[in-house]
Design a protein around this ligand. Structure first.
Ligand code: 3HC
Length: 695
């Protein structure tokens, strides 16, 4: 056996074992197909093509994964030779069989590379997928042309437009993988497989030459139109899914080379689109949130092997589930047996619903339920590593709980509050160990929403912050770090939207006008529909001043659940404009002396509701409540379903131009007062021609 490093910069190692050449790539962290990896592949395969002693080639990766795709940071920059297409042609047209040996995650360009190989072996634990759609892109290295040739049109459309990763066993069933290897035995299994291919003298087959799976879809355009109709809600606003459907249509209707050309053309359009720029920005934004200047990545973390959750209501139950889901036992505390039973019942029925959808087994439900220790007093929390308090928002109740916890919890336990706006430092002061206190602000439903705001108090210890950030990732949450202020990042950021909606509705635009503009912008629903859904009586209230919402509640209009709210509801719960609400709005406006300004353009409505959010984001940055603008965008997209294809409010603001936003805010300020005053940071960036998010 001989081992050669190809060039100085090469990340490839070639070895030849008994007629089988093994190209091994090692480019941490994820073997992305950047320029150096491409050059290394190109050199290695050229070398082995000319080596008569080599009868077959195995392509394998070192480190945690097979190729995770193209190097995302290279998009939008000039492409360095050799291109992926060149290497793919070289491999696909080799005169000896090439076998991809996949471990970890073979994604995007990584899977596409495996599809130009003649055979694929995967470790049983490996996953594969084409996640480009999540970056606003399509698999542009042949994926839209080759995948349908193996799995057929319907599965290809579903897999590529969802970006879903599938396990090796499912991939084998679909024909994507030829053989499975036990963990740790990939290299030997792959070499063995290659030897067998050589020994059998199997003819070289290329996926590009396969016709049967796509021929079945020829002359059936309804496959595509049905797919578009079925998914129209899901795809709304995104640009990539439609381009993917078009590319797969090309796979069916055009010869292979023409299909590839069409795919490349569509990819080019996507790369240049604002939607994809925004989604690629979000990819890196999500990964940047854990980079905290005074909490370096090697900060030690405290072990968290058991958790206590105080409160088994909607929030507490959801939080408990996130830990149960990853096998961490939870002691669930309530004040009465009835409340405890109710909470346990909700958790169980949530799991049962998941099982009904085929996403977990009955035995898994039991396994998770067995991880819960129900308890009726805080004393049960004396041994846990982390306590999360999730009771209702009352400072006095929380202080009482934390002072008791201080007596009960073991030294070094982390004491967390799920408060959404209360002063965490005041809560921490109820203990003798404020350094162990942190905010863990989940979004409802906590077992579903990915955002987790980690709130650091004045005295929170650095290892407590590091532990919280790590635990978030471990439990499938996307953390952002916030400092203490009213509403922290996400709720504070978004609060101007409902305030402005309620002010604007007095001036002429109806609730449906305003909601429609928000839905067209990309939100799943507008602020009035949302308020009706949540219930007007449970939204924050202020009894000391008269509000429109208070007037509606006084007339027993509580929203969808009772008599309608801003809307009336038909028997299918569809919102209808409400004459009663319109009268109450007009009466309230008259009582407040608000002038009706009549119809407003969609653009005006959008500016009135969304520009103050950008302004609030700028204030959040000025006050150093959030670490960076991209953290704010992550909070808005994952906590409030702000449309991902805009990149969140701060990226969006940069896209449309900060001077325009400043000009609008100034005009609003003249008309309505200082709540619209542009933040100093926003004014400065606009003046200097700078932006929040572009580097
Ligand atoms: N390009 C560049 N950098 C990448 C990358 C990629 N494709 N994938 C991951 N990285 C970087 C991350 O930014 C991160 O960098 P950091 O440490 O400096 O923050 C580092 O690699 C580790 O990534 P994660 O924190 O995400 O590590 P995990 O272990 O949690 O996840 C993964 C690994 C599942 C591979 C995940 O990183 C992932 O999903 N990557 C993206 C996969 C993808 O979208 N591939 C398609 C790319 S587009 C394409 O291939 C186009 C082609 O069709 C032409």
């Amino acid at each position: 056996m001989n081992s050669v490093v190809v060039t100085d910069k090469s990340v490839a190692t070639i070895s030849v074992e008994d007629g089988i050449g093994v190209v091994s790539i090692d480019s941490p962290p994820v073997n992305a197909l950047g320029a150096v990896v491409r050059q290394s592949l190109n050199d290695s395969f050229r070398q082995l093509a000319n080596d008569a002693a080599v009868k077959a080639i195995v392509l394998i990766c070192e480190g945690r994964t097979f190729f995770a795709g193209a190097d995302i940071s290279e998009f939008g920059r000039p492409i360095q030779e050799p291109r992926l297409a060149t290497i793919f042609d070289l491999i696909e047209n080799m005169s000896k069989p090439v076998l991809a040996a996949i471990h970890g995650t073979g994604l995007g360009g990584g899977l596409e590379l495996a599809l130009v190989c003649h055979h694929r072996v995967a470790e049983r634990t490996a996953k594969v997928g084409l996640p480009e759609v999540k970056l606003g892109l399509l698999p542009g290295a042949g994926g839209t042309q080759r995948l349908p040739r193996i799995v057929g049109i319907e599965d290809a459309l579903e897999l590529i437009t969802s970006g879903r990763q599938i396990g090796a066993a499912e991939a084998q069933r679909l024909g994507l993988i030829d053989a499975l290897a036990e963990p740790g035995a990939l290299r030997t299994t792959a070499i063995q497989f290659a030897r067998q291919v050589v020994a059998d003298g199997r003819p070289l087959t290329r996926i590009r030459d396969r016709e049967d799976a796509i021929a079945a879809a020829r002359g059936k355009p309804e496959i595509f139109s049905d797919f578009r109709t079925k998914n129209s809600r899901l795809f709304r606003g995104f640009r990539a899914p439609e381009a993917i459907v078009k590319a797969v249509e090309a796979a069916v209707n055009l010869p292979f080379e023409a299909g590839i050309a069409r795919e490349r053309e569509l990819l080019g359009e996507l790369v240049a689109s604002v939607e994809s720029q925004a989604q690629r920005y979000m990819f890196f934004a999500e990964r940047e949130t854990t980079k905290i200047p005074d909490v370096p990545s090697d900060t030690p973390v405290r072990p968290v092997k058991s958790v206590g959750v105080i409160g088994a209501g909607t929030m507490g139950g959801g939080i408990a589930m996130t830990f149960l889901n990853v096998g961490i036992p939870v002691t669930l505390v309530e004040t009465s047996q009835a409340a405890l039973d109710r909470g346990l019942g909700v958790i169980r029925s949530n799991y049962e619903n998941t099982a009904k959808k085929g996403r977990m087994s009955v035995s898994q439900i039991e396994e998770r339920m067995e991880l819960i220790t129900p308890a009726l007093g805080l004393d049960a929390l004396s041994d846990v590593d982390l306590v999360i308090e999730a009771v209702f928002e009352s400072m006095s109740v929380k202080k009482e709980i934390f002072s008791k916890l201080d007596q009960i919890a073991r030294p070094g336990a982390i004491l967390a509050s799920n408060t959404s706006f209360l002063d965490l430092d005041e809560i921490a002061e109820a203990t003798t160990r404020p350094e162990d206190v942190i905010g863990l602000h989940y979004f409802s439903p906590a077992n579903v929403m990915r955002l987790l705001e980690v709130v650091r108090g004045e005295k929170t210890a650095l290892d407590v912050i590091a532990t919280a950030m790590k635990l978030a990732k471990q439990t499938g949450k996307q953390p952002i770090l916030a400092r203490v202020c009213n509403g922290f990042v996400a709720n504070r950021l978004m609060s101007p939207r409902s305030r402005q909606a309620e002010a604007l509705v007095l001036e002429g635009p109806t609730p449906s006008d305003i909601d429609r503009v928000m839905v067209e912008y990309g939100f799943a629903m507008g602020p009035f529909q949302m308020a009706d859904l949540v219930g007007l009586d449970v939204l924050g209230r202020n009894d000391s001043i008269r509000t429109l919402r208070g007037d509606l509640v006084a007339k027993d209009r509580l929203g969808q659940k009772k008599n309608g709210g801003y809307y009336d509801y038909d028997e299918r719960r569809k919102p209808q404009p409400s004459p009663v609400a319109a009268r109450l709005i007009a009466e309230f406006a008259a009582a407040q002396g608000v002038q009706n300004r009549g119809v407003q353009t969609d653009e005006d409505i959008r500016a009135r509701l969304l520009f103050p959010i950008v302004n609030e984001g700028a204030r959040i940055l000025e006050e150093k409540i959030a670490l960076r603008a991209s953290d704010i965008d992550v909070a808005a997209v994952l906590g409030y379903n702000w449309p991902a294809y805009t990149g969140g409010p701060m990226f969006w603001a940069d896209t449309i131009g900060l001077p325009l936003i400043v000009a609008n805010l100034r005009a609003f300020q003249d008309q309505y007062g200082d709540t619209f005053k542009p933040a100093a940071l926003l004014e400065q960036l606009a003046k200097d021609g700078k932006s929040f998010t572009r580097k």
